[in-house]
Write a protein that binds this ligand. Structure first.
Ligand code: KG4
Ligand code: ZN
Length: 390
């Protein structure tokens, strides 16, 4: 694993893909099933690129996984299978459309828990085949990356912090399918640290919202927790030591509500500090790689997306950083930070507008790095525990 910052060469203006105008409106059904939410959504994209979300249905599996304090893959796969048809039906009905109005079906085809991904992708293939319309295999991470566009247009290029239960990475986004990784976690994801720390303190699952709630009544400086890679020149993260430190601190505490609140507040403050510090480094890397035309488009854009982006303290910390560094913060509405199918339908609509569709034999991929360089250099990265962590 290299910790050297990757600074790609400056791009030419004509390399930058923008949202494309098309000759007609498109109505897309999106399907998401990569982790513990079964979701379907219908979205209309007009020929000028305007986005209208017609429905978004999300069935959470939280109650199935709560007793285990984390997502259990076998339980997740079975739960997706039992509700997916109903969820799709509801999305189509609430959108007030007929199946025959659909232009294409978009489904998450990785990365994620393979049982769930296969369930969603097979449903999408069946619908695409029977309706004789295109299938679009969407990278779940691209869904998160484009999700701010569900509320307002977010033009390229931008710096992206993708921070969820399975991923923590910083990427430069220059168009649909054009991602350059600037940094990522070398061990756990930030959301994983939230979930595991909450489990240690007996706060329940999913841990992010529980810790955010507990932190409101705690002191952020009560515990001194580790901040790996702080002030380093690269933009990578490490969270496994933090999770262990929380476990030790809790073990040594009196395990009272006050201790839990103080530890939650200190943990959240540490995550805020780390995300701010690593993002600041990535902002400098991002500015270095812009070409001369792009450099003039200040303020630059910074997007935070993924489940952890629902945390208000984290948003505020990042907003403050943006003001200091000359960036504008763009984020999806809170309900579209965690997994949903609206973002998958959106990514599918943008891919369709560019003429990118997939054949019906496209495979589900447990691992699927978003950055163009890694994807091109690891064509066999679709399976196996030795593939690059997405
Ligand atoms: O994006 P997401 O739904 O699934 C993945 O793609 O991983 O993210 C789920 C993660 C969980 O780890 C959850 O604890 C975290 O997002 N999360 C939060 C908050 N809401 C969800 N973390 C911190 N604060 C929150 N309010
Ligand atoms: Zn996600």
């Amino acid at each position: 694993m290299t910790l050297t910052p990757q600074i790609p060469p400056p791009r030419n203006q004509h390399d930058i893909a923008r949202f494309e105008p098309t000759t007609q409106d498109a109505v897309i059904l999106g399907i998401e099933s990569s982790c513990d939410e079964t979701a379907a959504a219908v979205l209309r994209r007009t020929k000028t690129g305007a986005i209208h979300l017609l429905s978004s249905i999300i069935a959470s599996q939280d109650k199935h996984h709560r007793p285990f304090g984390g997502v259990v893959p076998e339980i997740a796969a079975r739960a997706h299978l039992s509700v997916i048809e109903t969820i799709i039906e509801r999305a189509v009905t609430e959108a007030k459309i007929e199946y025959s109005d659909l232009s294409a079906i978009a489904a998450t085809s990785g990365p994620g828990l393979i049982g769930g991904v296969i369930t969603g992708l097979l449903s999408a293939k069946g619908l695409a085949l029977s309706l004789n319309i295109p299938l679009i295999a969407v990278n779940h991470l691209e869904g998160h990356a484009l999700s701010p566009n569900l509320s307002a247009p977010c033009p390229f290029p931008y710096l992206l912090l993708l921070v969820s239960g399975g991923h923590t990475q910083l990427l430069s986004v220059s168009g649909i399918g054009q991602y350059t990784k600037l940094g990522s976690t070398v061990d756990d994801a930030a959301g994983e640290a939230f979930d595991k720390s909450a489990k240690v303190m007996g706060l329940g699952f999913p841990g992010g919202p529980k810790i955010e709630q507990m932190a409101k009544s705690g002191r952020p400086d009560a515990f001194d927790l580790p901040r790996p890679f702080y002030k380093k020149e690269h933009a990578n993260f490490s969270f496994s030591g933090l999770k262990t430190a929380v476990a030790r601190a809790y073990e040594r505490s009196d395990k009272s509500d006050t201790a839990r609140a103080d530890l939650s507040a200190s943990f959240q403050q540490t995550i805020c500090d780390v995300l701010k510090d690593r993002t600041k480094t990535a902002m400098h890397l991002f500015k270095q790689q812009l070409n001369s035309t792009e450099s003039e488009i200040a303020p630059y854009r910074f997007v935070v997306a993924g489940g952890v982006a629902a945390n208000k303290a984290i948003r505020e910390a990042l907003d403050q950083l943006c003001q200091e560094e000359g960036f504008n913060l763009m984020a999806p509405p809170l309900k579209f930070c965690t997994d949903n199918a609206a973002m998958i339908a959106l990514a599918g609509a943008e891919r369709l507008a560019l003429g990118h569709t997939d054949s019906l034999d496209v495979k589900a991929r447990p691992r699927w790095p978003l950055d163009t360089f890694a994807a091109h250099n690891n064509p066999s990265s679709g399976s196996g525990k030795n593939g690059p962590k997405s």
